[in-house]
Ligand binder design. Sequence first.
Ligand SMILES: [Zn+2]
Length: 419
Amino acid sequence: MRHLTALVLAALLLVSLTACGQQAQTVPEEEAPPVQETVPETPEPEPEPEPEPEPYVISSPTVMPEGGAKDGVTYVEYTGVVEHLFFHPVIAYPEQAFDGDHMSNGYDDWMVTVGEYNKILQSLYDNGYILVDIHDCWSEQAGEDGALRMKKNTLYLPEGKKPLIISYDDVNYNLYTLGDGFTYKLIFGEDGKLWSWGLDPEGNEVVSRDLDAITILDKFVEEHPDFSPFGAKGCLSITGYEGILGYRTQTDSENWTAEREAARQQEIEAVKPIVAELKRTGWTFGSHTWGHLSLSSRSYETVTADMQRWFDEVGSLVGEASVLFYPFGGRLDGDDVRQTGPAFQWMQEHGFRIFCSVGIESYSKSKSDISAVICDRLHPDGTTLRSAKSRERYMKFYDAADIIDLESRPQREVGWLEQ
Ligand SMILES: [Zn+2]
């Protein structure tokens, strides 16, 4: 039933988007103005003026507001743990993702549905979490010996609130997900905001802000500004082998032609304003390597060549990155906790300061021998929603029993149900 509602909603959004442009999100269907009967003939149609973007303020949580208060809210010092959750792309159409093909169990393990994601955001909000930008949580400072090291920042937060970093892995709209229950790319809506574009399971075009992890968070923050008092959204962890954000900006060593290069240049021009809009509205970017390499096992030569390609094809579009998100959670040089290997050093020399793996808590450690911090992230997904142990660990964020959509997901074990 919920799928049907979602479909109808998506269809309505589409209709209202074409019908009434900027009013798309707010005008209920029955109040939508009638379709224009006659289009006045003009010899040279004026180009539509670009909608003025709504101003978006980004501020730093490392600065205490003057007088210790802002907009009537008292700010206090916070030195505790900054929680860090990460998501993969969210499943827009569960019936397509969980259709029993060879990917179904993988999606079940590593992803959440749009419905689950909405509930998780609401629960995070209800539990007093607020978004902070990962780049604001540590800074490079000189120690007594003059050497630079990454130090945890003191944050100044609205009283009673807890800081939360959210990162999003593989925000590439990879080919294997297309037609399998996910959105296809980010685009600009007629209101100048970012919307997702895609096809529903019946093959109809759907332009929506309710089906994609990014646009859903944008909307959630619009509706709950106090969820992001500093304007932060999430950090997007992106690879390069299939382009970025649904645009095919990558090169390919095989069969490269002038035609393909021209198409690539078009995609590059199309994605640039999308990147700019994301940055303007609180999103930041990190690297997930070009080829989604497991960094724990690949040779130094392979890793550095792959990253050079990331700088050329992705860094050139999203700007300098200081956060590296390990694909498969594979720690650089096999173990970045106890050693600083040659590949780790190379990454650090190339600008990376925050190195993120995956774990059972929001662990972080500033390394003593080099200016870098290594950290773990928690992962709301099917594996942790189903596990009894994880349910306990994630209870401070949400209760998995309230979140998991067992009707949509494959019939697999749920640890806390069988206790
Ligand atoms: Zn990944």
